[in-house]
Structures are given as structure tokens and as C-alpha cells.
Design a protein around this ligand. Structure first.
Ligand code: ADP
Length: 739
């Protein structure tokens, strides 16, 4: 090259400062963009960038600079959005969840950014408020209803809302405003949330509760990460205790944010009321049923730090907090914390990781802590705070078994004579009873008596469940449903379809025949389609308008029914089958929860468990109320097999609509399994639900010892194996479902 003229140096402006931008897409990592002159950008800023032919929103990501690249090769960032950016902690969390779950960073960021429309600038709205009525104005009944609705609200409501409340068209509202009877006010569509008042006092705590609260508050005051296991029987006042902790965190730092995670939305409304009483302000509520406007409001107010107390489902963990200082995970043992589609994460575990990274405390509350949590506490990673008895001296329910082998129900019935007698006596006393069966619908299986056909969902190896209220057959896995046919779809035989096994609707039918005068109601997710309907039903129960509630697990948690004194568990063995490593533990938890519904107040309660396996450790453990013994047995079993928490698990699921391709992919993966000390791979095996929605499903299960990274093992294995594009591969670290 000697002698050749040197290329002129590129002028300085042709070399650009570059940044990394993470886009909310399921892509591997960040993209490099140039920063146009004059644009100040820092990590966390929301930006728009060109991606192919379109513009997308993303986040400037903190990443080591990759050296300067010729600006000509790079597209520049289009703009920075005015919205406050993500704080470093949130970005670190995204990276961590991605590395842990093996889902791309962009897929995790998508959970933080939601649809992205949360970032659109607010469009001011016009609200309407009642004011002094102008003299001489004509009042039609329609107008009167609108004015009444407006007077009933103490905030400016949108025309649409007032119109809906009054049952009129929007025009009537505007007409009233034009006539001067309503005042137009510009409103913020993302109205701020009221600040929780931390100087309000909570309930007077019992000495036991006070000691528990004190122990947690001391850790909060000390600062830094800690994980409390708040362990106390149902009704012991765990909620009162952790609300003290929330108050302490909010008080300690005037910009602190606190989030309470709940496993089930049905539990939330009464809970929100309780928090409102405690803090004189309604908390921000984040859940899947929020409409766009509601979601936007919570998201933006969490992002700007003005929403300080947030109650939400598991996805609330991915809100763009400004200064998160405490996470409370209520009912920490609940498997509902495991996300089942999209990024597969365990919200309880991620909550602990989030707290550790952010160096703040986390509280895991439960009456039946999971084995994972129990072992972590024993190892000293978590500290335990115990509440031993029920608040106010309420008794724990007495638990007894009904051996169904010696007390069989009548033919075609499901309630044994012993349980039936107890219900009759309870009715005579005017007390309420709960019949619990964790199965929705009328019957889990419909068979043709003529040809033996089991009615399945099309393209799936799943039985259709009969629902009599709606007269449909429904698949609980895919959501498919069809009207119940008169004839067998296979052989055409008329009136040959018979229902096998019971669901709650069938138990209610039996109860109606046995106790014709009783007020009997079914409570399951499909009989109460909305949260509102659930609240009304719960209120009826509290008001003693129901004598017998026949319910699934939706009624098992959190509710207080002061006059409920008898719980009958129709099939205590139901959850024990199925080959799930947590089957025993889950059965224990749900039975404890449901038994805990009985005898909440002054009246002692009883729980009767119908079982065909009275010797099963879960069932005997329940009968003698010996949690320690049950947990010990459970623990020994899992330790022996090196199952979590004594080992690590990951599942790999291959699915596709072409069976041969799926099997080919499985073989290719099977051949590539790396040899590694402490790691075992089982499979490929057809999944228990081999066909679902027309797709074939094959599984692998990976088990490793705790001292090796299961993520590294899985990556080293699957990254090198190219699968046919029609086959989808899903990695599930810490799987909770094995179907
Ligand atoms: P848990 O969360 O352990 O199931 P809760 O906190 O919901 O228990 O308490 C059970 C019931 O007892 C609730 O109705 C609650 O209001 C009441 N309770 C608990 N502690 C107190 C207290 N210190 N003062 C008054 N009521 C209490």
C-alpha cells in the first residue's frame, strides 16, 4: 500500500455517536442507531427509530459502546418521545428476566411497553359537571336523568359516561351543557391517583400481629434487600400485617412505590376497598380486564412515579416503576403466578429477583407456603414471620375424612350419606354450607352409550365438558364450544350420549333434589362471567341469601363468610392424579384454603373431605392438621428425585401442524443432547395432550443439579439445532404445567 495516497480522513460529522435501541419485538437483542446532531439521548429514553419501512418505538438501552461505525451505514434515531424514560433498574430487570427465561430481551420489553400506545400524548377530554339549574329550562325526563347522574358524581364525567348512566344519547348531555345546566371542564384522561395517606392508622394489631409487623418494618427501615415469608393460617391477619409494612415503605421515602401482587382478580375488589380504608386513597389497579384508557392511566402514572400504591396481577411486575421500594406477593404459593403464554415466567420468583436487584424488601405471604419458599427460608435466604392463630380467637375448622369406600353415595350421586346428613343439620341450624369441587360445568366427559365414542374437541386430545346452564359442550383447554348434540357425532345414535363424572353444576343438581327448599347457587368462573357478578354473588353469600354454595376454587381463597360453618369437599383426591410434581402440594394448598373458609367468626366450622384414598399422605396430613409432617414427606420425595427446589427443571415443547416434521425436529434435538455432569434430558415424548388445536406436541424435560446453570445447558443444546420453520420450539424454565 506504500506510496498510495492516504484516503482523506472522514470529516468528523460522518462518524456518529451510536446508541443501542431495544425494540419491543421477539428479537434477539438491541439494534445500533446513529444519534443525529443536537439530539440528547440517555439510556432509558423512549425513541422512535426506522425499522425497515416502518417507524417503531423502542428504548435506548444501556450497553457498552461497540466502537464507532461509519455513520453512512447507520440509520439515525428519528425522535425522542417526551415521556419520562425507563429507570436503569427496570432495564436491568428486563435483561435479567430475558437471561433467566431464555426469551429475547425484546419480548420482555414488550411486557413493559405494552402496546406502545401508552406513550401517545394525552388527548385532553371534556368532562361535564352539574351546576346551578338555569331558570326556565325545559326539563324532559331524559334531561332529568342526566342531571341526576351528574349530581351523583363528584368529578367531571365524559359525555359518553353520563349518557350511558342515564340511558340517553350523548346529544342530550351536550344539549344540557349548551343550555347552561352542565359545565364543560377540560379533564386529564390520565388523572393522577390520590396519594396514600400514611399518617392514617391501621387496625389495632393483636400482640402477635404487632410483633410480626415490627419485625418486617425493622427490615424496611434498615433498607436493602430482604425477603420475608409471612406465614399464617387463613384469617390470621397477614393482610393487616403487610399493610403496615406498605405504610412504612411509603412513609420512609415520599416517592417510594409499593406493589401488591394478587393471584386472582376475583379477590381484588374487596381488597381495593380495604386498602382505600387503610390509606384514604384508592390504589392504582392493574389487571387484564382494564380497558385501553384504564391501562394507559395506570401505566403512565406508574411511569411518572405519581401512582405510589399499585395492586395488580402478575404482569404488574413489569410496569415501568420509577422508584419501586417494596413488593408484596400475596398467596405466594399460587400456581397462577406462572405465566402460561408469551414469556414464560414465575412472577413470585421474578419478584424476589427484582427486589434483590433493586435492593429493597419483598414479602411473600401465604397460609401454605410453597416448598420452594419453605426451603429458601430454611437455608436462611429468607426470614420467616409467623402468625400462629386466627385473629380474634376464631377457631380453625375441625377437619374430618369421609372414607367413600365405607360410605358410598347412592347410585348416580356424589354426596355420601354422611356429608348429606351434615348439610341437612347445618341447614336446620340456619348456617351456610359450601360444597367444593374443583371442576367447572356439569360433567367432564360425555360418552356415547352405543358406540363408546368420547366426545373430543376437534383437532385436540381433550374431552369436551358438558355445561348444562348453557347447554353446550366446552373444551377447557382451547375454549372451543358447540351446542350439545342430540345424536352421537360418530355413530348418529339418538339419545345415547351420557354424562360421566361430576362438575359443580351436577353437584348443584343433586343438592337441589336433596334439599328442595334450600337456596343453592353455583359459583365458578363461567357462572359469574364478570368481576361485578362475582362481587354480587359474594355479597349475597355474606348477606345469608344463599344456603348452599357449590363452588370451584374461585371460592376457595380470601373470602370471609361469617355464617359459613360447613365445607364439604366432594372429591379430595381430584388433584392428586396426573403426574405433576406439585400435585400433592397443590392439593394440600387448595384443601387448606377451602377448609379455611369455614368458621371465620364466632362460629366454629367443620370441613369434611370425601376421599377414596384416606391413607394418602396429603389426605392423612389434612385430617390431623399436620403441615410439618406433610411438608416433610413432600420434601423427601422431591429431594430423592432431585426435583425443584432440590434441582432445576426446564421443559422444551415442540409443536407443529405437520406431525412428521415435529417428530423429525424431536429426533434432531435428541441427537444433539450434550453430555454434561449433573444434567439429564428425558424425552422426546408425546405430550399428554398430544394434539391441541390441530397441532402435534412433543416434549423434553431437562433436569440439572442446582450448581449448574440450566439456562447455559439448554442454550448450548438447542442453539445449534436448526428446526424446520413450521415447528415451534418453546423453552419453559421452571415449568409448572406438564401437559
Ligand atoms: P389473612 O390475610 O391472614 O387471611 P386477614 O388480614 O384478611 O387475614 O384478616 C382476617 C379477618 O380478620 C379480616 O376480616 C380482618 O379485617 C380481620 N382482622 C385481622 N386482624 C385484625 C385486627 N388487628 N383488627 C381488626 N380486625 C382484624
Amino acid at each position: 500500500m506504500n506510496g498510495l495516497p492516504l484516503l482523506p480522513e472522514e470529516p468528523p460529522q460522518a462518524r456518529a455517536t451510536t446508541i443501542q435501541v431495544l425494540l419491543p419485538l421477539p428479537l434477539a437483542g438491541t439494534y445500533t442507531y446513529a444519534v443525529p446532531g443536537g439530539l440528547e439521548l440517555k439510556p432509558g429514553d423512549f425513541v422512535t427509530v426506522p425499522l425497515g419501512p416502518r417507524e417503531m418505538r423502542g428504548v435506548v438501552w444501556p450497553e457498552a459502546a461497540r466502537g464507532e461505525i461509519a455513520a453512512a451505514k447507520l440509520k439515525p434515531v428519528s425522535a425522542r418521545l417526551a415521556h419520562p424514560g425507563l429507570v436503569l433498574e427496570v432495564m436491568k430487570f428486563v435483561d435479567w428476566v430475558s437471561a433467566y427465561t431464555l426469551f429475547p430481551q425484546g419480548a420482555v420489553l414488550r411486557m413493559v411497553m405494552r402496546s406502545g400506545s401508552v406513550l401517545d400524548p394525552p388527548r385532553p377530554q371534556t368532562g361535564f359537571m352539574a351546576q346551578e339549574f338555569p331558570k326556565g329550562l325545559k326539563v324532559t325526563p331524559q334531561r332529568e336523568r342526566v342531571l341526576e347522574a351528574a349530581r351523583g358524581l363528584n368529578f367531571p364525567a365524559a359525555a359518553r359516561e353520563l349518557a350511558a348512566r342515564a340511558g340517553v344519547s350523548d346529544g342530550v348531555v351536550r344539549g344540557l351543557a349548551d343550555a347552561g345546566a352542565l359545565k364543560r371542564i377540560d379533564t386529564d384522561p390520565d388523572a393522577p391517583f390520590d396519594d396514600p395517606n400514611t399518617s392514617r392508622k391501621g387496625k389495632d394489631l393483636s400482640p402477635d400481629q404487632r410483633a410480626a409487623a415490627q419485625k418486617i418494618v425493622t427490615r424496611i427501615d434498615a433498607g436493602g434487600y430482604s425477603c420475608a415469608v409471612l406465614d399464617g393460617v387463613t384469617g390470621s391477619g397477614k393482610t393487616e400485617v403487610y399493610l403496615e409494612a406498605a405504610a412504612a415503605a411509603l412513609k420512609k421515602d415520599r416517592t417510594a412505590q409499593v406493589v401488591v401482587l394478587l393471584p386472582e382478580i376475583a379477590l381484588t375488589l374487596p381488597f381495593l376497598k380495604r386498602l382505600e380504608e387503610r390509606f384514604g386513597a384508592r390504589p392504582a389497579h392493574w389487571h387484564s380486564d382494564l380497558g385501553d384508557a384504564g391501562r394507559r392511566r395506570v401505566w403512565r402514572r406508574v411511569a411518572d412515579g405519581s401512582a405510589r400504591l399499585i395492586v395488580g396481577a402478575r404482569s404488574a411486575l413489569f410496569l415501568p416503576f420509577r422508584n419501586l421500594k417494596l413488593i408484596i406477593v400475596d398467596e405466594e404459593h399460587e400456581s397462577a403466578y406462572k405465566q402460561k403464554d408469551g414469556v414464560l415466567y414465575q412472577a413470585r420468583d421474578m419478584a424476589v429477583a427484582r427486589a434483590a436487584q433493586g435492593e429493597f424488601p419483598v414479602i411473600l405471604a401465604s397460609a401454605t407456603p410453597s416448598l420452594e419458599t419453605t426451603v429458601n427460608a430454611e437455608l436462611g435466604r429468607y426470614y420467616t414471620v409467623q402468625l400462629t392463630g386466627r385473629y380474634g380467637g376464631a377457631e380453625m375448622p375441625e377437619i374430618a375424612l369421609i372414607d367413600m369406600r365405607s360410605n358410598p353415595p347412592e347410585r348416580g350421586e356424589w354426596l355420601s350419606p354422611v356429608l348429606s346428613r351434615e348439610v341437612t343439620e347445618n341447614l336446620a341450624k340456619g348456617d351456610q354450607s359450601l360444597l367444593f369441587l374443583n371442576r367447572r360445568g356439569y360433567a367432564p366427559l360425555t360418552i356415547c352409550q352405543k358406540c363408546g365414542e368420547r366426545i373430543m374437541a376437534p383437532g385436540s386430545d381433550t374431552w369436551l365438558v358438558e355445561h348444562r346452564f348453557t347447554n353446550r359442550l366446552v373444551c377447557h383447554h382451547t375454549g372451543f364450544s358447540m351446542p350439545k348434540p342430540d345424536a352421537c357425532p360418530l355413530c348418529g345414535a339418538k339419545d345415547a350420549l351420557v354424562a360421566c363424572g361430576p362438575g359443580v353444576e351436577r353437584i348443584a343438581e343433586e343438592a337441589t333434589l336433596k334439599w328442595p327448599g334450600a337456596r343453592i347457587t353455583v359459583f365458578s368462573s363461567d357462572t359469574v362471567p364478570s368481576n361485578q357478578a362475582a362481587q354480587e354473588l359474594l355479597q349475597q353469600m355474606r348477606d345469608r341469601e344463599i344456603d348452599i354454595l357449590v363452588a370451584t376454587q374461585i371460592a376457595a381463597k380470601g373470602h370471609h363468610f361469617p355464617h359459613l360453618t360447613l365445607v364439604g369437599v366432594v372429591d379430595a383426591d381430584l388433584g392428586l392424579a396426573g403426574g405433576d410434581l406439585r400435585a400433592g402440594e397443590r392439593t394440600w394448598q387448595v384443601l387448606s384454603q377451602v377448609a379455611g373458609r369455614a368458621g371465620r367468626a364466632e362460629k366454629p366450622g367443620r370441613a369434611l373431605l370425601q376421599t377414596y384414598q384416606p391413607e394418602h399422605p396429603v389426605i392423612t396430613g389434612m385430617a390431623v392438621g399436620d403441615r410439618e409432617a406433610f411438608m416433610l414427606a413432600e420434601r423427601e420425595g422431591r429431594e430423592m428425585l432431585h426435583f425443584p427446589p432440590f434441582g432445576r427443571l426446564a421443559a422444551i415443547l415442540l409443536t407443529g401442524d405437520n406431525e412428521a416434521r415435529v417428530n423429525e425436529a424431536a429426533r434432531a434435538l435428541a441427537q444433539a443432547v450434550p453430555q454434561a455432569q449433573g444434567a439429564e434430558v428425558w424425552g422426546p415424548a408425546p405430550a399428554p395432550l398430544y394434539r391441541l388445536r390441530g397441532r402435534y406436541r412433543v416434549r423434553f424435560l431437562v433436569k440439572t443439579t442446582r450448581d449448574i446453570s440450566i439456562q447455559n445447558f439448554v442454550k448450548a443444546w438447542v442453539d445449534g439445532v436448526k428446526l424446520h420453520s413450521s415447528v415451534r420450539r418453546t423453552i419453559d424454565i421452571d415449568p409448572y404445567a406438564f401437559l
